[in-house]
Ligand binder design. Sequence first.
Ligand code: FDA
Length: 298
Amino acid sequence: MALLERAIARVLPAVPRKLVRALAAPYIAGPTLEDAVSVVRRLNAEGKLATIDVLGEEVSSADEARELARAYHRVLARVEGEGLDANVSVKLTGLGLELDDGLCRENLEAVVEDARVRGNFVRIDMEDSSTTDRTLRLYRELRAAGRDNVGVVLQARLRRTVRDVDGLDNVRVCKGIYLEPAELAHQDDEEVRESFRATLRALLDRGSYVAIATHDEALIADALAQVRERGLPRERYELQMLLGVRAARADELVAEGHRLRVYVPFGTHWYEYAVRRLQENPRVAGLVAADTLRRLAR
Ligand code: FDA
């Protein structure tokens, strides 16, 4: 991560919540399932697929974790009822990973089973490196138990990632948003890109389904070249982007015939997600500075 991004990451917690909320509005569908449904309807009309994320991570009680799982059941029912082209993305800490392994497994299994019955799919997001082993283990256990409607995420930033591909049949590859120490993670942007390319290559070599999640033009171009060279049909891979980021580029990729899925978060626990997105917005330092100056001038 660049020096400037690190500096921004440090100051963001001091930025007023109201400003964080206003700046992050384009990245979040809104507080309710209704908001997510209307965004997904629009995306589907534009020829894009969606993955819906119910915001809420690091829950502090079993009840909260169960409530988040129930929210996913409501999403899956609504997606089916409305005939939307959308799956779901879940965070294991939201389902209780830090409270109790058994509780988390139970919640995850229930969401995956509900999705299976409805002909849908669950992507397990990847969180910070303290959760990587547990997340991959749960994914592998579900697949071993015959659940093939579940996928996982690998983060190119982690040095271990290219060695993690064994046994992973359905993987979203991304750079990884969490700040990790140099022993565990590449710190140089070009090294992260090289790891992304190598991971994608290794997954395609072993025949995995890949979701290529990046807005980085160099990586999109490289991924599409790999897809072309291998003659992969469009249903063997998908491109993924975040709501509010590079929507015009997404339109072009759809027009070129690629399947493109947009990550659509909604809910009232928006703060952590909003901060992560702002850390990556190249314009955020200027926007925060302009707002600070405006307030000082008042
Ligand atoms: P990079 O950050 O270099 O961005 C490339 C360009 O895209 C920028 O130069 C800018 O133009 C634009 N851009 C990127 N972010 C922007 C923003 N917030 N606002 C405005 N412009 C922006 N991470 C993780 O650790 N675990 C996970 O499970 C997931 N899941 C996930 C799903 C999907 C669908 C996507 C697209 C991403 C994730 N991520 C993630 C996040 C991912 O790891 C990474 O942090 C971001 O995608 C940013 O990295 P890029 O590859 O886009 O490159």
